[in-house]
Design a protein around this ligand. Sequence first.
Ligand code: FAD
Ligand code: SIN
Length: 548
Amino acid sequence: MNNSGIDSDFLVIGGGIAGMIFAIKAAAIGSVTVLTKAASDEANTAYAQGGIASVWSVDDSFESHVADTLRAGAGVCDRAAVESIVRDGPEVVRELIALGTHFTRVDEGGEDEYDLGREGGHSHRRVLHAQDLTGREIMRALGAAARARGNIRVLENHVAVNLLIDKGADGRPQSCWGAYALEKSTMRVRKIAARTTLLATGGAGKVYLYTTNPDIASGDGVAMAYRAGAPIANMEFYQFHPTCLYHPAAKSFLISEALRGEGAILRLPDGTPFMKRYHPDAELAPRDVVARAIDSEMKRGGYDCVYLDLSHRDAGFIRERFPNIYERCLGFGFDLTAAPIPVVPAAHYMCGGVVTDLMGRTGIPRLYAAGEVAMTGLHGANRLASNSLLEAAVMGRRAFAAARELLGHDEAAIPEFRQWDPGAAIKSEQHVLITHSWEEIRRLMWNYVGIVRSDLRLESALRRILMLKEEIHGYYWHHQIDSDLVELRNLVTVAELVVRCAMLRKESRGLHYNIDHPEHPHHPDDAGTPHNTTMRRFDAPPPATLSA
Ligand code: FAD
Ligand code: SIN
């Protein structure tokens, strides 16, 4: 630490695409600390299959990508966010390539070109990919680029617990100066002070029983920012991916939408295709439509799953284009080239999050957010496939630009923050309380706050969540923390935010479908002005507003 009491100029909480892009740029002008709660290559980014959406071919246009994004977002997107993020797409893809990412190339009539995939809701082929392991390739390239820079200190297995917030006399946040982080190997909580802090903690799929997300996705960033007093919005829009492999050992392994882009058909157990009954674009309808259609067919027929069929395509093409998915399915006894495979929906992506402006600034000075943790206005009520890697990369870069600007004229002295004080906390002997509450929240969210909701189920969910929250908080304050307890406290906060936002939205729109409010009234939003469900800890109770 230098004399000013600062460990780093930049603290980056999260080592996925958003955090690493920020860190790589920041390393050129200052010292950077990156925290990752597990190994540094474990992040939602690493699991991305389909790819990154960007206008790339001459047949495509920004207007078309903007129109597709707005259509999927069902009247809740912020048009300015959509236009500016879409326009930065080609530049950010070029930067990923310059940093060493190898996207798949094909021979197009004698020309060696990048292969462009197609996914639901897109009217053009515009998804750059590395076969079906795009995220793994991006993480490899960013990891290597970061290691090549001297200034980046990556602290793996460090779980950020709380932000270091300088509060005013009224208790409201003035600015953020880093975070407390639990070092898992020693169980020591370290104070990490920084002039600027980026939240890049990804999503919260673990709040649902079935999810495509890895274990790191427990919504820590949203919960920390909410506790600190930053506005959070649109948490009701949790996206369910329509097609995960249905097999008890597959842990909701994702079957990329790119398969439907290459012609895969959804079928009932008797082989009947059904998507045309739900949308003129059938299998390539936006994700909310496809997930709801599958849910509805499974409930109507009492089926455990539906089937995805790509077996009419050439076997060589399938193995070449989707090598990872093909092999994984084969490992579970399903041959993609020979027969339909069983699929079900699972929680996938958090469209809401910490509200930021178009430079990644949150409601708290010196605190930035980028990637899945953030709510920029790009996704609205439903994210368009492959727009999240795009947003994370664009906003990671912009958040760095905003932080750099602040540091350019920063003379503030860091306030005095205490070292972490465990007080009279005792060692936890009752781990079952944590595992039980964890399971209860996830099951409750799946059953009551899933693809289809009702007022009664939401009210009931909130009552149970508030009881669990009280119990978890009591436990938290009396016991020495470990990563499970930290995550559980965050998970219950995220669950509460999802339910409260869902209760505020008295309509069905995009990913939020409530049988008691099946329509959405024509709203000025449909012409492009978003209306967001915004929650802020310091608002008068209940801490929620529907804001224009
Ligand atoms: P992440 O990549 O999730 O990184 C989060 C980081 O934060 C991790 O390093 C984690 O350790 C760290 N972290 C979290 N909490 C803490 C804490 N308390 N303390 C310290 N560190 C913490 N999107 C697309 O656009 N195209 C796709 O093809 C695509 N496919 C997908 C497939 C799957 C299976 C999944 C799960 C998602 C997919 N997505 C896809 C979504 C996309 O991958 C994510 O939205 C995106 O990668 C998020 O990047 P991020 O940088 O915001 O967060
Ligand atoms: C997929 O490959 O289907 C995932 C794409 C995404 O989530 O954007």
